[in-house]
Design a protein around this ligand. Structure first.
Ligand SMILES: *Cc1c(COP(=O)(O)O)cnc(C)c1O
Length: 393
């Protein structure tokens, strides 16, 4: 069985491009070109140079000794929290801005919920001197004021989406409308392994630098390239896709995906898509998503804004359905405790998204000699207020 996208962008039964007719030329241009552009020597050279000098890669693969002792197994952390801007998202936006330039685009649009992807996009647009418009729900603009300020400092225009629930999905609708109206000069940077083909595959390839590095770093440290398990949190699924990518076809490597159960899987306030989701279409791809009996998308909830998404990318839907991936959901409370524990044991304050991945160590037991790599997708600075409120710090 293959765990990568086929030519039409399908992972098993999931994926594809379910888009309005008017968006077809835009997606088609990208689909025809993305693989050949990525394979160009000059592209690879520029991409890797920027990952090194601007993002700060390779990020360390760190053996977490105190955490390993506590859970009686060998735990390595892949330190995506040390990337410029504080998370893995910039790996993808660097890749896409270079793609946009190669395709002759001089204007970038993006949508953002919590603002993290908006900041990562505004960052690379500043780097390249390219015009940037970020669509954001009006409610999110108020909730995420610091990220709005960051985007403005970086020179981006933040346009409020005022329709519907005034959150992420409305911002997405506005971005799509913009792209339809500006097909020639504009590239739409999507922030996770979601959206119509070729986005999930393209974003996974850009993020695959994570597992590419894990392989040689583990070889240096342990004399073997493959861990026993790779663990990552899944919102849309981009940090997870990057961490799994080079291990997908090696079934000796266990793949563990961690979703947000919010206040409990059956509380009505959760984002545990694998447990609750059904097959449907969201943002142009066929995947698993949380929906009502009549197919209306359910509002997701998680204490971590980055996991607060009603679906998962098609790669993850396939990993779930095929049984290749083990899916675990973690509540807000479990994640917050795991974040505090990592801070105290290792001196690393994680993003609350990443804390979800660490929380599985309480229930999922590993053997003493297992090598478990946990992808530490981002740092916790952005979440300080949530930690303060939760722990009354
Ligand atoms: C955005 C974000 C996530 C979730 O997005 P994925 O596409 O699932 O990786 C996870 N961790 C951090 C730190 C994030 O900023």
């Amino acid at each position: 069985m293959s765990y990568n996208a086929n030519e039409k962008g399908y992972y098993g039964e999931f994926g594809g491009a379910f888009i309005p007719e008017m968006l077809y030329p835009n997606c088609e241009e990208l689909r025809r070109n993305y693989i050949s552009v990525m394979k160009e020597d000059s592209f690879q050279k520029e991409f890797h140079q920027l990952l090194k000098d601007y993002v700060g890669r390779p990020t360390p693969l760190y053996f977490a000794e105190r955490l390993s002792n506590k859970y009686n197994t060998k735990i390595y952390l892949k330190r995506e929290d040390l990337c410029h801007t504080g998370a893995h998202k910039v790996n993808n936006t660097i890749g896409q801005i270079l793609m946009a330039k190669r395709l002759g685009k001089n204007r970038i649009i993006a949508e953002t919920g919590a603002g993290q992807h908006g900041v990562a996009t505004a960052t690379v647009c500043a780097l390249m001197g390219i015009q940037c418009v970020v669509y954001m729900g009006e409610i999110d603009i108020h909730r995420q004021a610091p990220n709005v300020a960051r985007m403005k400092m970086l020179g981006a225009e933040v346009r409020p989406a005022k329709s519907g629930s005034k959150t992420l999905k409305d911002a997405t609708n506005e971005a799509i409308r913009d792209w339809i109206n500006n097909p020639v000069d504009t590239h739409y940077i999507i922030g996770s392994v979601v959206g119509p083909h070729p986005y999930p595959d393209m974003v996974a390839r850009f993020q695959s630098i994570i597992s590419e590095e894990i392989k040689w770093q583990l070889k240096e440290k342990e004399g073997r390239e493959n861990p026993d398990y790779v663990v990552a949190c899944v919102g849309g699924g981009s940090n997870a896709a990057g961490a799994y990518y080079h291990f997908l076809d090696n079934t000796d490597v266990g793949i563990i995906a961690v979703e947000a159960a919010g206040k409990g899987i059956h509380s009505g306030e959760s984002a545990a898509t694998s447990a609750l989701g059904k097959v449907g279409i969201i943002h142009g791809s066929k995947t698993l998503l949380m929906q009502t009996q009549d197919g209306q998308i359910t509002e997701p909830y998680s204490i971590s804004a980055g996991l607060d998404y009603p679906g998962v990318g098609p790669m993850h839907a396939h990993l779930f359905k095929s049984g290749r991936g083990e899916f675990i959901s973690i509540t807000d409370d479990e994640a917050m405790q795991a974040g505090l524990l990592l801070s105290k044991l290792e001196g690393i304050i994680p993003a609350i998204e990443s804390s979800h991945a660490f929380a599985i160590l309480e229930e999922r037991k590993f053997n003493t000699d297992d090598i478990v790599v946990i992808n530490l997708s981002g740092r916790g600075d952005k979440d300080l207020n949530t930690y303060i409120d939760y722990f009354k710090l």
